[in-house]
Design a binder for this molecule. Sequence first.
Ligand SMILES: [Zn+2]
Length: 324
Amino acid sequence: MRFAICMITVLLMALASAAGCVRVPPATLERAPERSLRPLAASPVPRALVRLRRASMHAAQAADAPAFEYAYRAPVSPELQPIFVRVRDIDLLRALPEVQAIDGMFMLPRPLRYVTAECGEFGAFYRPGEGEVVLCYETLRTLYERGQALQRRFALADDYPLRYTRANLRFIVMHETGHALVHLLDLPVTGRQEDAVDQLAAILMLRFADVAETPAEVIDNLRMAANWMLSDSTGAYNLDAYADEHALGEQRYFNLQCLIYSTDPPAFAGMVAAGDLTAARAAGCEREMRQAARAWLRLLLPSLAPGYEAYEEEAARYLGVPGA
Ligand SMILES: [Zn+2]
């Protein structure tokens, strides 16, 4: 998968030139989480991070498990053309490790299609009628711009905007994949579906990171995804914000921080000391993560495709451990 990482870097280099003419309004950075950025260079290595064991998984993939489909739709706007061309040429969607890891893993009633397209605004979404996860070209551009703004503000490394974009697009695509799985597999969700699929996105990024990525890099990816949650933060909300199906950005940020912390509380004790997580919330993070992971495992296991029995055995061990 080193090839994939390299290709994504090439894509993002293209974004750098495509996005260079647009500036992020200063207001969007007013409450940028400085503390969440500072540890990026040396995140602790979490002891509990589960790494992938997927040797020979795909060799046994069943013919009747529908594989994902991928499409790159040409934009109308000329300024998005370079992004489209690069995304298509490097086959970006097939270069996302988490997408590839779960391609063919579930007995979906119909194929799930991943699409890049012009949307007219920043965003990504799941279209139930079409069975499509759509990633907007505008999203790639905006993520890169925010990465650039953060790089300038905090004098971060040259490759920061690329890493920031890549980490966030992976989280966003996994979040939308969660919506797709809930719909296609008719999974029960009580409470806010947006929170549930945020949890799934984090779990998948911890579990199916690229084999070439270190655990510290995986955690950094999640920290950058958490950072994005604060991109529209103003600290002042109206009824529309409170009524929204998504939790407030700050709440989604702390939910992710809690999941990160849960991977190794002693190693991440500094998050509490730095104020990136309250002590009261931190105390329950391991329990929260266990609960979320167990719930998603129970929901997804019945839909595993033949050839993925190793995951079933691993999950059964995890679910069978009292308190795990
Ligand atoms: Zn959503």
